[in-house]
Design a protein around this ligand. Structure first.
Ligand SMILES: O=P(O)(O)O[C@H]1O[C@H](CO)[C@@H](O)[C@H]1O
Ligand SMILES: O=c1cc[nH]c(=O)[nH]1
Length: 244
């Protein structure tokens, strides 16, 4: 049955779903990388598609910007469509000069200024961590592809336009974080609460200390590296989950 925010029919989504923030990136991934992609939902233009990759059924759907938005879509995908694995394919701002534009980050864990995981967890500090097996496989697959990736923690902020950005960024760097974005901590909280598995891969779109940013054309190419890795992981997970 359709949900308030997703109009797909039961069975329309694969077990494994790639999730970019931008629904147009979802369409790009479906059209460029999937075989026989089929649009399965478009409520509020939050596009979702299902197709084949490396012989496996894989879906891709946008999740919008911010933790409230990703929380809605991830919860409905897991609860109502039986999705088992969610892989965010997002963009982020690097907090350190040495984390270059186009670098791909495997987000092992996420801190946040959002209170959503406290709502879930009796106001205690919830450890928002990636599924270990997905993270391990992402690192292994990247090595096999000859693709350099960074692994570490990131910060999911409710605010894109931070009032005292310099203080926040200095603190995040001191605490070892690689990049800032807006959803990972919420996604990992939903996955834990709903009994699913999640991982976020992030492409560096801007370097905050250096004040540099990718052009649109460069974004397309650098995202392709992350998307290729995410799809390989998705196909492996889909194969592992398929009934024998
Ligand atoms: O490119 P996406 O996946 O949307 O990710 C980043 O970009 C948006 C902000 O511009 C936020 O959603 C942030 O997390
Ligand atoms: O959320 C985001 C995404 C990209 N760059 C940022 O600075 N923040």
């Amino acid at each position: 049955m359709a949900t308030i925010h997703i109009s797909a029919a039961p069975g329309d989504f694969a077990d494994v779903v790639l999730m970019p923030g931008d629904p147009l990136r979802a369409r790009y991934i479906a059209e460029r990388f999937l075989e026989q992609p089929r649009e399965v939902t478009a409520v509020r233009n939050m596009l979702g598609f299902t197709g084949q990759y490396q012989g496996q059924r894989v879906s891709v759907m946008g999740h919008g910007m911010g933790i409230p938005s990703v929380s809605i879509y991830a919860t409905e995908l897991i609860r109502h469509y039986g999705v088992r694995v969610l892989i965010r394919v997002g963009s982020c701002g690097a907090l350190r000069p040495e984390v270059d534009l186009k670098d791909v980050i495997v987000a092992l864990a996420a801190g946040t200024d959002s209170r959503v995981n406290r709502h879930r967890f009796l106001d205690h500090d919830f450890p928002a961590v990636a599924d270990f097996d997905l993270a391990r496989k992402a690192m292994e697959f990247a090595a096999r592809r000859g693709q350099a990736v960074r692994a570490g923690s990131v910060f999911s902020s409710d605010l894109f336009y931070t009032p005292d950005a310099a203080l926040l960024h200095a603190t995040l760097v001191r605490m070892g974080m690689l990049a800032i974005e807006m959803e990972v901590a919420g996604l990992y909280g939903v996955a834990a609460e709903e009994g699913a598995r999640a991982l976020a891969l992030l492409s560096v779109a801007d370097n905050l200390p250096a004040g540099t940013a990718l052009s649109s054309a460069e974004r397309e190419t650098s995202f392709d590296a992350m998307i290729g890795l995410a799809l390989e992981l998705a196909a492996a997970e889909a194969a592992a989950l398929a009934p024998r």
